[in-house]
Design a protein around this ligand. Sequence first.
Ligand code: THU
Length: 135
Amino acid sequence: MDAQALYEMALQATENSYAPYSHFRVGAALLCEDGSVFLGTNVENRSYGLTICAERSAVVSAIAAGKRRFTAVAIATPDAEGPVGPCGACRQVLSEFMEGGSLVVFGHRKEELITTTIGALLPQDSLHELREKRK
Ligand code: THU
């Protein structure tokens, strides 16, 4: 599964976005260690603070299916004017299940994708040692 293909799946996930308040659709596609892919999308609520981001909805779906390790994530934001990286909360949650070198690909259109790693997006992770103890 290459980054472009994973991004296409994230883009597909935006079709199910529930974003009646922001009108900002987000899709996420999470590649698991075993090659399976789980999709997520943002789910808003009239109590705005209860909104769930696409990335975390993908994580919850994968974890509920018994997956524990992700090797890459793609995020599509077709309503944005430029690439939009994952929010701080999502970086933290993704890092729980990804090694620092795992790929994060994001973009508002497939011709302009940013490719980075979760470690680069969450540098000097203060709780890294704690995470290692979960094994
Ligand atoms: N959103 C995500 O789904 N992921 C992000 O990383 C950034 C923001 C959603 C939340 C809300 O539904 C909309 O985008 C606008 O903030």
